[in-house]
Write a protein that binds this ligand. Structure first.
Ligand code: F3S
Length: 281
């Protein structure tokens, strides 16, 4: 039996960096440590960190209530008001904002200070979008659907700067920009979509097309893992969706020659390695 593990399986660069940052702080002996929001949407990781003494702050109020400690900003980033609180309260800040998200903060800050209003193509409730809005010095508009883009209207004649949430779908982004363009506003568009998700999908599709069985690892509620599963299933009928090594059906795999493995964005390396070993046992 041979195994091919996708290089892009699991955490993207920004999430890996944020998770590593927390473990580094623990190893350095820093205490108490807080993360502003869960560092990643993976309960195994969050619980492991909790056992090591890392607490999750779930709101600005909880941050305001802190008297001491180190606060780690996760890859999604935060608005400038959170940095102001950290400074005012004299709390240590370790910033693990993904550099690609940081870049968006810089763009919206610069362009809004030049007088442009900002359009963010993304989900208004997502913490990353929350953070981006927090760097706009003029009005920020968030558009996610075609209907919202159709209805979008500026009350004053000001130039616009359009950016995107990093994980937004490129085709949908293009569609929404086209709708805004029909309104003939003076605008610049910066495509700030990160291609980590797309790269993971392209590699999964390629591997699934080459193997006899494909394993997709990820949480049962993870929409990006679900998507990976659908992509792989189209290429390889023997595609299995599992959460951990315990879900592996070794009977089925025993008669398989070449197995491919990929994993959703919140699957830790450790779980991928366990599955890899499990297949070989
Ligand atoms: Fe990940 Fe950063 Fe892209 S967090 S999805 S590498 S924007």
């Amino acid at each position: 039996m041979q195994i091919k593990v996708a290089k892009s399986a699991g955490f993207c660069f920004g999430v890996q960096r944020a998770v590593d940052t927390v473990y580094e702080q623990i190893e350095k002996g820093v205490r108490p440590i807080y993360t502003y929001g869960p560092i990643i949407h993976n309960e195994v990781v969050v619980q492991d960190l909790e056992k090591k003494g890392v607490k999750v702050l779930n709101s600005q109020q909880e941050l305001e209530a802190l008297e001491e400690g180190t606060v780690i900003i996760r890859s999604h980033g935060v608005g400038r008001s959170i940095y102001e609180i950290l400074q005012r309260k004299n709390l240590q800040c370790v910033d693990a904002t993904c550099p690609f998200v940081r870049k968006i903060h810089k763009i919206v800050k610069k362009e809004s200070l030049l007088g442009k209003q900002i359009v963010i193509i993304g989900n208004d409730k997502h913490p990353e979008v929350e953070g981006i809005k927090g760097w706009c010095y003029t009005k920020a508009h968030v558009l996610e659907t075609t209907e919202q883009a159709e209805k979008f209207e500026l009350l004053e004649s000001v130039p616009l700067c359009v950016v995107s949430q990093t994980t937004f779908n490129y085709k949908k982004f293009k569609d929404l920009v086209e709708i805004i363009d029909k309104k003939r506003y003076d605008r610049i568009v910066v495509n700030t979509i990160c291609n980590a998700t797309e790269e993971r999908q392209i590699e999964a599709r390629r591997i699934a097309g080459e193997v006899d069985a494909m394993i997709v690892i990820g949480g049962s509620h993870s929409s990006n893992t679900q998507k990976l599963f659908e992509i792989c299933r189209k290429e390889c009928r023997n595609t299995y969706y599992i959460q951990t090594v315990d879900d592996l059906d070794l009977e089925v795999l025993r008669s398989t020659g070449l197995i491919g493995i990929t994993a959703g964005a919140s699957t830790p390396k450790k779980i991928i390695e366990e599955v890899q070993k499990g297949c070989l046992n």
